[in-house]
Design a binder for this molecule. Structure first.
Ligand code: SDX
Length: 428
């Protein structure tokens, strides 16, 4: 019994509702018995005030700009860890020992190949198909290939499915890119790191050896870390809701990919770079800031604003620092970075953005880096999906292994017609 209570007065009743405390962050008012006790639902479209689950994976403090994975700050993980180590942490709850990390990395590397039959799926797409359309289709199709990891009540099968998903996403994403440029698929090379393998499968060609540039590999690995998990965002909630019915794990991740694609969510990284290209030079920025503030103009600053962060997204800080590292490593420069820096500077001085607490988010600078590395904008969200798969899988496992979990089934405020009788067509 929770020792804290909230009291709700509703009509002629006074209802005591338990207040639950987490290890950190806002308390929650447990309304699970509200409908039974009052006959009324809560109402929260967009879930701005709703906690959908209990989780021990990721904590975000939007006011302070804090992001922790299993308690470790994202800045420390980005600086000192690796995507494989962060994946282990998210899936298992603790940082691995050296031998545990080596074993995990070896296991993942042994699942990087996809069934040869899966390659034929790509041939069904037009060459100009958006990589996210391909990712939705091909990842969903994985549910037809792995019947030995479909019994989600078996922890071992959940573990194998999890490893397969984390391992195969780089291969599937790289194949989507290769297909779009008409180049042959490359098989994984397990002598490379997870991220190095992905870079080679993406940019390598059979005709010559591919040298992984360490600084680019490090930057890409850090970008994967920054995208790994993020509490109960829209796509993670989609994976949880799909998984709550007992659906095939591969199909659940495909549902997450579909949700992530939207420009309000993971699709914002592609939209942000396209926006910077449309703005072009810094002298055009004031015009676009005025457009973003104009309620009659659908234009928004893409890569700006966040449902939770009302402070600087800590991932954007790391991302901005990474731009310079990649530019130095590749000896490139992109004037759009200066445009992005100037846009941020002017927006953060503008009362509209200050009052609405709109700051750059993870998607604002990532496109500048990915473009410098050589990815087309259409691949940006596919890279987000690649990295977020471990978060989706960890959240799905956390839900499925909870004995108390039930199918998610929200209710509604009905405002349609009340009951009426059918009218035959010759009487209408
Ligand atoms: C991600 O949830 C997550 O954790 C997501 C994510 C993850 O890791 O999973 O962090 C990844 O999706 C980051 C967000 C990427 N999306 C974008 O960058 C798209 C641009 N941003 C917005 O569309 C918006 O900020 C959202 C969708 C991100 C958040 O929207 P909310 O929380 O529903 O807030 P809102 O749309 O109600 O905006 C509040 C106000 C509105 O004005 P008013 O109606 O109050 O007058 O701020 C305005 C909005 O018009 N506003 C913006 C704006 N974002 C919000 N105005 C101009 N430009 C913007 N970018």
């Amino acid at each position: 019994m929770a020792d804290k209570q909230a009291t709700l007065s509703y009509r002629d009743k006074s209802i005591d509702l338990p207040v639950l405390e987490g290890s950190v962050g806002p308390e929650v008012i447990d309304i699970r018995k509200l409908y039974a006790q009052t006959g009324a639902f809560t109402y929260d479209p967009g879930y701005k005030s709703t906690g959908s689950c209990e989780s021990a994976l990721t904590y975000i403090d939007g006011d302070e700009g804090i992001l922790l994975h299993r308690g470790y700050p994202i800045g420390q993980l980005a600086e000192q860890s690796s995507f494989m180590e962060v994946s282990y942490l998210l899936l298992n709850g603790e940082l691995p020992s050296k031998s545990q990390l080596d074993e995990f990395t070896h296991t993942i590397s042994r699942h990087t190949m996809v069934h040869e039959q899966l390659a034929t799926f790509y041939r069904g797409f037009r060459r100009d198909a958006h990589p996210m359309a391909i990712m939705c289709g091909v990842v969903g199709a994985l549910s037809a290939f792995y019947h030995d990891s479909a019994d989600i009540s078996d922890p071992e099968q959940r573990k194998i499915a999890s490893h397969r998903l984390v391992a195969k996403m780089p291969t599937i994403a790289a194949m989507a890119y290769k297909y779009s440029v008409g180049q042959p698929f490359l098989y994984p090379d397990n002598s490379l790191s997870y991220t190095g393998n992905f870079l080679r499968m993406t940019f390598g060609v059979p005709a010559e050896p591919y040298e992984v540039v360490p600084a680019v590999e490090k930057a890409m690995d850090r970008i994967f870390i920054l995208h790994a998990d993020h509490e109960q965002n829209a796509s993670t909630s989609t994976v949880r809701l799909a998984g709550s019915s007992g659906a095939n794990p591969f199909a659940c991740i495909a549902a997450g990919i579909a949700c992530l694609w939207g420009p309000a969510h993971g699709g914002a990284n592609e939209a942000a770079l396209n926006m910077l290209r449309e703005i072009g030079t810094p002298d055009k920025i004031p015009h676009y800031i005025e457009r973003a503030k104009d309620k009659n103009d659908p234009f928004r600053l893409m890569g700006f604003g966040h449902r939770v962060y009302k402070n600087y997204d800590p991932r954007a800080t790391v991302m901005q620092q990474t731009v310079r590292e990649v530019f130095d490593a590749l000896k490139v420069n992109d004037p759009l970075f200066e445009t992005a820096l100037r846009l941020e500077e002017l927006a953060l001085k503008d009362d509209y953005f200050i009052e609405k607490k709109l700051f750059p988010n993870v998607d604002f600078y990532s496109g500048v880096i990915l473009s410098a590395i050589g990815f087309p904008t259409t691949m940006f969200t596919a890279l987000f999906a690649l990295a977020r798969t471990v978060g989706w899988v960890a959240q799905w496992n956390e839900m499925i292994s909870d004995p108390a979990q039930v199918i998610g089934r929200p209710r509604q405020l009905y405002t349609g017609p009340t009951q009426r009788d059918y009218v035959p067509i010759d009487q209408r």
